[in-house]
Write a protein that binds this ligand. Structure first.
Ligand SMILES: [Fe+2]
Ligand SMILES: [Fe+2]
Length: 169
């Protein structure tokens, strides 16, 4: 995704809010433990994850291959839980997006030298996967840990749909 698209996506998410209907949707699809890690994300990431779930709903209807809808909605809502609000601040995220897009070599060097924002930004898929394993969501963890990995032809359909929905939002 281009840097400009990422910035626009980001601005849209920062200005959005979780509505009452969104709240109902979250309680309908996530249990208490899952909600705890969902709400540990920044509001911007909560909104992004909700939008990703709504897109998934559309894709599941369009795609007739019989995927597990509930499972996919859970994956969409939880796919970025590796980015906990305190671990990746808004400022940290802007920094990570810009530096990764404009100076990837420098970004790599800073990350190796212990830059926390860059580490969380680049590894949130794996971090999220570990977090989900801890609460017993092993199947979800497997998909989510790979949502930013380079696509492979034999990727599970659920992972392909999650990536599509994520990129739209
Ligand atoms: Fe992500
Ligand atoms: Fe995402």
């Amino acid at each position: 995704m281009s840097v400009l698209k990422r910035i626009l996506q980001f601005v849209r998410a920062v200005t959005a809010k979780v509505s009452v209907d969104d709240g109902k949707y979250i309680s309908a699809h996530l249990n208490a433990e899952e909600q705890k890690i969902f709400f540990a994300m920044s509001v911007a990431d909560q909104v992004h994850s909700l939008r990703t779930a709504y897109t998934i709903e559309r894709l599941v209807i369009e795609d007739k291959r019989g995927v597990d809808r509930e499972f996919l909605i859970r994956c969409a809502l939880l796919h970025d839980v590796g980015r906990r609000a305190g671990d990746l601040t808004i400022r940290g995220k802007i920094f990570a997006v810009l530096i990764t897009g404009l100076a990837p070599k420098l970004a790599e060097r800073l990350e190796v030298n212990g830059n926390r924002s860059l580490y969380v930004y680049h590894n949130h898929a794996e971090i999220g996967g570990r977090k989900l394993q801890k609460i017993g969501l092993f199947k979800e963890a497997k998909i989510i840990a790979r949502h930013h990995a380079p696509p492979k032809p034999d990727d599970p359909l659920e992972l392909k749909l999650l990536r599509l929905a994520d990129n739209e939002n």
